[in-house]
Design a binder for this molecule. Structure first.
Ligand code: UDP
Ligand code: MG
Length: 319
């Protein structure tokens, strides 16, 4: 197989109007710089004519490949499948809606090839989106920056460039495409750069990410991401420690209650039933909780051992 300089991975959901324009623009830029390239269009279960449009583009341009999901799995799933398919030395991801400009490709390519970045993230410094998106984004970025220690302004930019080995070593699912730099860092790809990129207002169609659900899912994902990053490989370090600690506390209290009872009995002092003592129930609860946490940790370790792959998406066709 021929070597490919750049794989451009484009996740898309109902973007029929934008696709022809996007592909011919990418083609123009890549041919100008004499890059060998492939465009991998991942149709994330579109219900419009996107797939027909892709078949049509493919007909005219053999650099285009297409993957079609049976249903909508989300942007992360689409990216993940695109990453698996990518053969280029450098992989560039881009939204399908023409908000990201293909003109950025050559410089992103240069930064990865020459400046040796593992990952370069776009920064939509001047952003053309409604305020309902830009304000939550500011909070999200500040939070993710603090949590991850990665100094990026715009984690969720669709336009990013990677060394091939980076995308082959990360797995994205759920809503985790927002945290790819964080995931990459945890996998040991620490040279992460940033480039200010052009951003346009959406030309056709409408945004697929709106509303409260997006914010809530994003928040839950960052909790699981930071947890997985810290304890994913050794869940027992978290659950086992907490479980043992609780069990031990409960045990000490129970021991104390029992001790007092025996002492009083042996000195013929007046005693009450152990079960009349409220602390007895607290101790009991803590012991049970501790045991359960310990078991959860143990189960998590067992699941890790068998390591089921999460990214099993039903692909309908590939071209
Ligand atoms: N997208 C996708 N699957 C989804 C939602 C979105 O593949 O479930 C694609 C969408 O078609 C676009 C990119 O992800 O190419 C970014 O989505 P969008 O432009 O709607 O997000 P925004 O720019 O408004 O944040
Ligand atoms: Mg967009």
């Amino acid at each position: 197989m021929d070597r490919v300089d750049i794989s451009i991975v484009v996740p898309l959901l109902n973007e029929e109007e934008s696709l022809p324009e996007l592909c011919s623009w990418i083609k123009r830029v890549c041919e100008e710089k004499a890059f060998s390239y492939e465009i991998i269009l991942v149709d994330d279960g579109s219900t419009d004519k996107s797939w027909e449009v892709i078949l049509d583009i493919k007909e005219k341009d053999s650099n285009v490949r297409g993957i079609k999901f049976r249903r909508n799995y989300g942007k992360s799933a689409a990216l993940n499948v695109g990453f698996e398919a990518a053969t280029g030395d450098i992989v560039i991801t881009m939204d399908a809606d023409l908000q990201d400009s293909p003109e950025e490709i050559p410089e992103l390519y240069r930064m990865v090839m020459e400046d040796n970045y593992d990952l370069v993230s776009g920064w939509k410094k001047k952003r053309h989106d409604p305020i309902s998106k830009t304000v939550p984004s500011k909070f999200f970025n500040a939070f993710t920056r603090r949590m991850s220690g990665i100094k990026l302004h715009d984690f969720n930019c669709g336009l990013k460039a990677y060394k091939n080995e980076v995308v082959k070593n990360i797995e994205v699912y759920g809503e985790m495409h927002r945290y790819i730099p964080v995931i990459a860092k945890w996998e040991g790809f620490t040279k992460i750069g940033e480039k200010v990129v052009q951003h346009q207002a959406r030309k056709y169609g409408s945004s697929k990410f709106t509303g409260l659900k997006r914010a809530i899912n994003g928040f839950l994902d960052i909790i699981s991401i930071s947890f997985i990053g810290r304890f994913g490989k050794a869940p027992m370090h978290f659950f086992g420690l907490l479980g043992t600690f609780l069990f031990f506390m409960g045990f000490v209290v129970a021991l104390y209650i029992g001790g007092v009872k025996i002492y009083r009995l042996s000195n013929q002092m007046q005693t009450t039933l152990v079960t009349d003592n409220p602390y007895f129930y607290i101790a009991l609860t803590i012991i049970i909780l501790g045991t359960m946490l310990f078991l959860v940790g143990f189960l998590a370790e067992l699941i890790n051992q068998n390591n089921p792959r999460r990214s099993q998406y039903k692909v309908e066709s590939r071209i």
